[in-house]
Design a protein. Structure first.
Length: 584
C-alpha cells in the first residue's frame, strides 16, 4: 500500500479544495466550542486498577486498527486512556487537526455509549504540557494529545520543517516540536514521557501499533515509529502489564476475522469520527468501497509481551543445554528484557546449536523467590517452534507446557505460588521444520509487590547512591561488592525506619528482609507496622546479607513501615540491601 497517503490512508481526494477548507474551518470552530465546561475530572483519580492504555499515531488509528478491542473495553465500562502521538495534521492548518481531535472525541463517546461532552485541561507529565480531555459522563475515560507533526512517508511535511517521528527515532533530527508550540522532545525525552504516562495512569494493558516489523514493510511510518517508541517505554514501566502490537495497513492482505456485528459496529464508530474529517469517506457505502474498506472486517495483532519489575528472571544466573555464542544468541539473551529474535533481532534471543527436543534453559537464584507465573516467547521465525515442554522447579514440582505461539508472542503460564531457587524450561517436542530450538525471552514473575510502592526513609546516603529506593531494585547486594545497590542511612542506628506506600490496597502475607552484607552494620531487632494498625516483630537479620523471611496472617494494607529497634554495637550506618513484600 502507498504509505504516501495522508495520516491513515482512509482518505478521499479532496486535497485543498474550497469546500474542504470551509469544512475544515467549521469543524475546527465546532471542536473549540463543543468541549464541556464542567470541572476537570482526571482519569487517573477514578481508575485504581485494570486500566487500558491505547497509544495511537493518528486520531482514527485506535478505531481502524485496535478495535474492536478498544471498543469492547469502553462498552464494558473499563477505565481507558488513549494517547494520540501526532496531530494527524497531514501538513494542513490548525483547523484541520483540531477537527480530527473532535473526531476522536466523538468516536470515543460513541464507543462508550454516552454523550459527546468533555472537559479539557492541560496536565504536566514528565515536565511536558499535554492536553487531556475527560468524558463527562464517564470520567474514567480520557484522551491525551501530544500534537507532534504528522510524518507523512517518514520525511515529514514542509509546513512542519520536515520533522517526523521516524527521523527522530533514526536520529536524523535531534528533536521534534509539537505543532502548537506546547512541547519539544528529544528521542530520549519522548520515550521518557510515554513511560511517565504509563506510570501516571498505571495500565495493566497497553495497546499500540506494530513494533515488530521493520520500516518499508508497507505501513505508515508514524504507526511503526509509535510502536517502537511505546515498546521502548514499556521496558521502563514497572507495574505488571501486557503490551500488544496491532498490524496496520497490512491487514488488507489477510482474511477477514471479525464477526459481522463487530465489523458493523467498527464502521459505525468510524462514521462517528468522519464528520469531523472532510478528507475521509463519509458513508458506509463509500467507506466499504474505499482503500480502507477491508480494515472494518479485520483486526490483527503482531506480538504481545509482559512487563514489570517483578520479573525475577533478569536477576538470576542462566545456563542452557547449548547456545550459539558465535552469533550472540547466548542463553543470557533469553532474560535480557527484550522480547525479540531472528529475523528482527537475532542478538536478543537464545538459540541452541542444533538443539531439538531435550534442550533446556535454566534460571537460578542465590536466594529463594516466590514465583506465580512464567511467560515464554518462542523464537519468532516460522521454522523453529516449541510444540511441548515442561517447567521444572527446584522444589521438585513440574508444570506441563503446550505449543508456544510460532510468531514469538507471549504464552503466560500461571500456577500456584511456590518458593524456589531455580526454574528450568525443558523442550519436550518441536516442529518438523526446527533447526535450532530456543527462546526469544523467558520471564518469571514473583509475588513481590514492593517495587510498586513509593519508598521513604528516616535518612539515606544520596551522595554514595545508597538511597532508600535501592531496597526495591531487585538486587540483594551491597557494600563491599556493590554499594550502589543498597540503602544506607547517614549515621542511623536504632530508631531508623523505611516506609513503603501503595496507591491502592495490596494483600500481603510475607516480608523478606536482607541486611547490609558488611560485617559491621547489622539489624538485631525491628518491627513491621502496617496501615491497618497491626504490627509484627522482627528478629535478628543474618549479618552476611542473607534473607530473613517474616510470615504472618494475610492482611490488606496501603503501607508497611520497617522500624529498626536494635542494632549491633559495631553499627555505624544501618540499612538494608533489599526488602520484598509478597502476596502469596
Amino acid at each position: 500500500m502507498n504509505v504516501l497517503l495522508r495520516a491513515s490512508a482512509c482518505r478521499r481526494a479532496l486535497g485543498g479544495s474550497v469546500a474542504t477548507r470551509v469544512w475544515i474551518a467549521l469543524t475546527g470552530l465546532l471542536a473549540a466550542l463543543t468541549i464541556g465546561v464542567a470541572p476537570p475530572a482526571h482519569a487517573a483519580l477514578t481508575c485504581q486498577d485494570n486500566v487500558a492504555l491505547n497509544v495511537a499515531a493518528h486520531e482514527d488509528d485506535d478505531v481502524l486498527f485496535m478495535s474492536p478491542d478498544v471498543h469492547n473495553d469502553l462498552a464494558a465500562g473499563r477505565c481507558s486512556v488513549t494517547v494520540f502521538v501526532t496531530a494527524g495534521d497531514a501538513g494542513l492548518d490548525q483547523a484541520y487537526w483540531l477537527g480530527r481531535e473532535a473526531g476522536a472525541r466523538a468516536a470515543t463517546a460513541h464507543m462508550s455509549g454516552v454523550s459527546d461532552t468533555w472537559t479539557s485541561e492541560t496536565v504536566q507529565i514528565n515536565g511536558q504540557a499535554l492536553l487531556e480531555d475527560t468524558l463527562v459522563d464517564r470520567p474514567s475515560v480520557a484522551l491525551l494529545f501530544l500534537r507532534l507533526p504528522d510524518g507523512h512517508d517518514g520525511t515529514g511535511y514542509p509546513s512542519t520543517g520536515g520533522e517526523s517521528l521516524q527521523r527522530l527515532w533514526q536520529s536524523a533530527i535531534p528533536a521534534i516540536h509539537a505543532i502548537d508550540g506546547s512541547a519539544t522532545y528529544s528521542r530520549e525525552g519522548l520515550v521518557a514521557t510515554l513511560a511517565a504516562i504509563m506510570t501516571t495512569f498505571r495500565p495493566t494493558v497497553i495497546r499500540t501499533h506494530d513494533y515488530v516489523s521493520p520500516y518499508d514493510s508497507g505501513d505508515h511510518s508514524d504507526h511503526q515509529t509509535v510502536g517502537y517508541l511505546v515498546r521502548a517505554a514499556h521496558y521502563r514501566y514497572s507495574y505488571p502489564h501486557q503490551l500488544t502490537g496491532y498490524r496496520g495497513y497490512g491487514v488488507s492482505d489477510l482474511p477477514p476475522n471479525l464477526s459481522q456485528s463487530d465489523a458493523t459496529e467498527k464502521l459505525a464508530t468510524f462514521l462517528a469520527y468522519a464528520p469531523h474529517d472532510p478528507e475521509v469517506c463519509q458513508s458506509d457505502t463509500e467507506c466499504l468501497a474505499s482503500v480502507c474498506g477491508p480494515w472494518f472486517s479485520r483486526e490483527y495483532t503482531v506480538g504481545s509481551e509482559f512487563g514489570g519489575v517483578q520479573n525475577a528472571a533478569r536477576l538470576g544466573s542462566v545456563t542452557a543445554s547449548s547456545q550459539s555464542s558465535a552469533t550472540g544468541q547466548s542463553a543470557a539473551k533469553a532474560v535480557d528484557g527484550v522480547v525479540a529474535g531472528y529475523p528482527g533481532g537475532a542478538t536478543n534471543e537464545w538459540a541452541t546449536l542444533g538443539g531439538r527436543a531435550g534442550s533446556w534453559l535454566q534460571v537460578a537464584w542465590s536466594n529463594p523467590n516466590t514465583l506465580q507465573s512464567v511467560v515464554l516467547y518462542d523464537r519468532p521465525n516460522l521454522d523453529d517452534q516449541v510444540t511441548a515442554g515442561t517447567l521444572l522447579f527446584s522444589d521438585g514440582s513440574t508444570v506441563p507446557i503446550g505449543a508456544l505461539p510460532n510468531d514469538g508472542s507471549a504464552m503466560q503460564v500461571r500456577f500456584a505460588s511456590r518458593r524456589v531457587t531455580s526454574v528450568r524450561f525443558r523442550v519436550d517436542a518441536v516442529s518438523g521444520s526446527t533447526h535450532n530450538i530456543g527462546l526469544a525471552e523467558l520471564q518469571a514473575f514473583t509475588t513481590n509487590v514492593a517495587p510498586l510502592a513509593a519508598v521513604t526513609a528516616s535518612s539515606e546516603n544520596a551522595a554514595t547512591g545508597q538511597t532508600a529506593q535501592k531496597v526495591i531494585d531487585g538486587y540483594a547486594l551491597g557494600y563491599p561488592t556493590a554499594p550502589g545497590r543498597e540503602w544506607a542511612t547517614v549515621g542511623g542506628r536504632s530508631g531508623s525506619w523505611l516506609n513503603l506506600q501503595w496507591t491502592v490496597p495490596v494483600g500481603v502475607s510475607r516480608v523478606v528482609l536482607y541486611d547490609r552484607p558488611n560485617s559491621d552494620d547489622q539489624v538485631t531487632a525491628g518491627v513491621l507496622r502496617f496501615s491497618d494498625g497491626s504490627s509484627v516483630p522482627v528478629g535478628v537479620l543474618p549479618n552476611g546479607g542473607g534473607q530473613l523471611v517474616v510470615s504472618f496472617p494475610a492482611r490488606t494494607v496501603t503501607s508497611v513501615r520497617f522500624e529498626i529497634t536494635g542494632v549491633s554495637a559495631t553499627t555505624r550506618n544501618v540499612g538494608l540491601t533489599e526488602l520484598q513484600v509478597e502476596t502469596g
